[in-house]
Every structure is written in C-alpha cells, then in structure tokens.
Design a protein around this ligand. Sequence first.
Ligand code: PLP
Length: 461
Amino acid sequence: MEESLDIFTNLAKDLLKDEKINPVAEHIPSSKLYDRLDLSLHQDPIDDEKFLASLKDLVFTTPRTATNAFFNQLFGGRNEKAVLGDLLAVLLNNSMYTYKAAGPMIGVEKVIIRKVCDMVGWDENADGTIAPGGSMTNLMSMIMGRDYFDNKTPHQGVNKKLTVYTSLDSHYSIPKNAAFSGIGRENVRLIPTNKFGEMDVTALEQQIQKDKADGFHPVLVNATAGTTVLGAFDDIENISQICKENSIWLHVDGAYCGSVLFSAKYKHLIKGVDKVDSFSFNAHKMIGTPLSCSLIVVKDKSYLHESFSNDASYLYQTDHDEFNLGKTSLQCGRRNDALKFWTLWKSVGTKGLEEIVDRQFELADTARDYVRNHPDYKLYSYDDSISICFNYKGIPARDICTKLYEHSKLLVGYGSFREDEFIRLVTINAQNENKDILNFFKTLELFVKENQTLFKKDVVQ
Ligand SMILES: *Cc1c(COP(=O)(O)O)cnc(C)c1O
C-alpha cells in the first residue's frame, strides 16, 4: 500500500504543478480516444513502469475541473480540507448502513444533518440523509410525497392517478424520477415561469385545482432554489401556502443554490424553507466538496422511515436504529460522503462556509458588471444568481463554447431560456478571484479575435 501512496503523492504533485501552467488539459476528441490513450485491458499483467506511464497519461489528459479555466458545470475548484476527508474515506472504506460497520463516521453524518436541520429552523423531529447526488435526493422527496398521500402505496403500488408539479425551468431529474416512482412522466405538470425563471405561483394553483377536478391526486410540488440555467429561486413562501391548503408534500430542490442557507446575506433567497416538508442541496456544488455529496433533510423524520426502511436481519444486528443509517437511506452499501463535508466544516467553521458562498456571489457581480459595461456583450441573467448568461458579438453561444473547448482554452457551457441561447458562466469555484473572472473574458475576446476564420459566418465586423 505504501508504494501506491507514494505513486499517488507524486502523481498528485506533478498534476498540481502542471495545472498551474496548463489549466485546460489536452483536448482528445472522443473519436480519437482509443488511439491516443492505451486504455485496453489484457489477460496478463503489465510491468510497473508501463502501468505508471499509462496512468500518468490518463490523469494528465483528464479534464481539469479545479482550475481557473473550468466554468462548465455547477461544480469546480478543489477544497483541500474536503479532499483530505474524501481520501481518508476511501482509505477507511466504511459502509454507512450500520454503526457496527462505520462506527464514529455515523456520528459525523448525524452531526452534519443535525446542524443543517437546526439552520433550517427545525426541531429534533427533523432528520435527513446523504445520497449520491441531487437527482437521487429529489427521487427520495418524490417517493415521500407519494407515500405521504397514501401510506399503502409502498406495499400495494400506485393505483391512483397521481400528479407532481415543478417549473418549466426545473431540473430534468423530476420527470425521470416520475418514471421511476410509478407516477409517470406524463403526470409531471411543468408550470410556466416568469421572465426571471421563477415558477408562476398562480399558474401552479390553477393547475392543481384543474387536476383535482379532473380526478387526479397531486402528491408533490417541487420548488427550485437555483434553477439549472438561470439560477432562479422559486417563491417558497407562497408555494408553501398552496401546498398546505391542498395537503401536498413540498420539496425544495436546492441542489445548485440551496447552500445559500449558510449565508446571512443570501439566505433570504430561500425564505420559507422552514415551512417545507423536505429540502435538498448538493455540498459538491456551492460548498465545493468533491463529488458527490447531496443532503436531504426532512421536517418530520417518520416519513423518511416510512418510505425507506426495510427489515434485514442479516444487516441490522446491533445498536439502535438511530445509529443504523441504512434504515433511512436509498441504498444498502453506501459510501461515506459525510466525512469530506465534515473535514471542511470542522476546519473552516460555519463562518468559513458562509465565506465560500458569499465569494461566489461576489464573483458573479464582477462578471455581471463586466458584461453590462462592455457593449459587445448582451446579458440575459439577473442579480442574485451565480449563473452569468451572455452572448458576445452576436456569435452563437454553442460555436464559441465548442471552439474554446476544442482549442483547450476554457471549459464553459451554453444554456437556453425561452428563445435565447447564451453562454453560461458559473462562478461556483470559490477559489477563484476577481482577476480570474476578468481573465475569462480576456481569454474569450482574444480567442475570437485571433480566430476570426472559425467564426467567419458569425462575426460581422
Ligand atoms: C445539479 C442539479 C440537480 C442534480 O444533481 P446531481 O447531483 O447532478 O444529480 C438537481 N437539481 C438542480 C437544480 C441541479 O442544479
């Protein structure tokens, strides 16, 4: 093992050094992948030197998500204390279903969940769990909503016409989860949004009443805290009123921006979160832990038990259920995703997490100001969002993003809202500084200028 640890340390050091000089890895087109890298598997072992060379080649050509040139998705950066925790989780290799198998690590997860419930404003009756990603915590919320409507469903299956509600701009996991949970994709009502990308609450109410009149049973409203493209926040307070009147489970999908919970300055964006039934957020997005770390907390823990616990005499042999976390989780064997969040939180304090969140909004302000003040740009996003959506010189966003990628300059993606398609710069890497954001624009501008022919059709001047 020691030898492998040395290999790891050396590889890691080389990578960190190279990332500083080359923030974007060599681009390998997928059509050339198996020619460029030796990924093949054989009957016989290979010698250490060849193995090491293959490994290094692989590591060095893998997209670099921790550098100041990665703005492609809703994660980025590398938090050293969180990485430390995750490395230890791999080394220790516990499974989080029982106290017998994970010991004090159960306490680590419980302490995090407890603290988050406190911050939401819930009492000891609240609880939660960690699942592999926001799609999965959203699935858990849908299952709980379904079973909250009728607690016979986990036993007898779905035998009524159920409906769920989410905005047109919400995450695609909602229809997918409707397929998994027996509710059906066709029974997802996509509620229109206003120009900010926020759910139209009046339309929600009307759709619920219409469905009820038509013999459907609404079981879940999914509100989004940070929509995937614009980063918009649905009006939780007003939506919760409607859910209460109609006895519908309300979940807040805060996978992207639910972590504003940690910020005194921005938590108003999820005002009313204490009135919902469940709330999820991805610590691997705004908080910056390694993938994946998605928490879901539930106001009344009995629903978590009702939907997810199953007896298993071969598994639950000692200790109280409260320490056997498998009783409330989606999986059986479960990775320790709590430790990386705990090592970070323990070391920087809640204040440090707040700074991480606030920094992203500061970087977003820098980016928005830049776009607003430069006439070659057109801005599509609004304040209080860390997704800065814009177009440059009228060039189609997908062309710019693809060429920047193919030329190993920047990794950034594009998105669309209604008829507009635009570049989406996400300022989620809290290790970035204002100069990194300004450098992003400089790099883009220089690239377009020096590669006029690539955009010949597009660039007018
Ligand atoms: C990212 C995201 C998800 C999905 O989370 P994964 O961890 O990628 O499964 C769900 N909802 C929203 C709003 C997201 O931004």
